[in-house]
Write a protein that binds this ligand. Structure first.
Ligand code: ZN
Ligand code: ZN
Length: 228
């Protein structure tokens, strides 16, 4: 499974060093598309079939609207968008005020879909608003992407048991559970025996997170691409 980190910044990140959350799987499936990530995606000149949104915080989906404009102009078939409930209302409000954009939207409390040989399903995460984590399987490899969550989150802990890789949000050094997020300290405590990549990194404290990780946990950066 080919995994490309398009955007690895947290909502608080400023500027272009780490744009907001987005991951591309096998060049076909996007997980989240935060602001700025759509520009990196356009530079890659690849056209994914589907986008799976973890939750409706701006840093996880607001890149999609500009991207839908680019697809419309270039007559690329509609993107399939799988999301928790509420996305369609936002999309329709953009359309209502005069934007020529469209997508095939599938909303659900637990979004799931099959894109070519990939099965994608969701479990509830533990965030400050309703949010899901996605499990992606292509028959060979199984990956869990948490989106935003605090830990310990029982649904996630139950579902990481048989995955090959966890892509976990890491938003602070010590404790940010009050905001529904996970620290690099907790990542060590809960997952140090698993293959894990940390993302959703605030640029302002990335050096602290990287030094805490001490080369034992891979910290994603924009553009990182690997085969799992
Ligand atoms: Zn976020
Ligand atoms: Zn969030």
């Amino acid at each position: 499974m080919k995994i490309t980190f398009i955007g690895t910044g947290a909502g608080s990140s400023l500027g272009l060093k780490r744009v907001k959350s987005s991951i591309l799987i096998n060049d076909k499936v996007l997980l989240d598309l935060g602001p700025g990530a759509e520009l990196r995606l356009e530079d890659m000149s690849t056209h994914p079939k589907a986008l799976f949104i973890t939750h409706l915080h701006v840093d996880h989906f607001n890149g999609v609207f500009d991207y839908l404009v680019q697809r419309k102009i270039r007559q690329i078939p509609d993107l399939e968008i799988y999301s928790t409930k509420g996305f369609l209302e936002v999309l329709n409000s953009y359309i209502r005020v005069g934007n020529n954009i469209s997508a095939k939207v599938y909303e659900s409390d637990l979004p799931r879909g099959k894109i070519d040989d990939m099965e994608i399903y969701s479990i509830q995460a533990c965030h400050s608003i309703y949010a899901v984590s996605y499990i992606i399987s292509d028959g060979n490899t199984k990956v869990l992407y948490t989106g935003d969550t605090k830990e310990p989150c029982n649904t996630i802990l139950e579902n990481v048991k048989d995955v090959d890789l966890i892509i976990h949000e890491t938003t602070c050094v010590n404790d940010c559970s009050a905001w529904g997020h996970t620290s690099i300290k907790q990542i060590f405590e809960l997952f140090s025996n698993k293959r894990i990549i940390a993302t959703h990194i605030p640029v302002e404290i990335e050096e602290k997170i990287i030094s805490f990780a001490n080369n034992k946990i891979l910290i994603a950066s924009d553009g990182l691409s690997l085969n799992v």
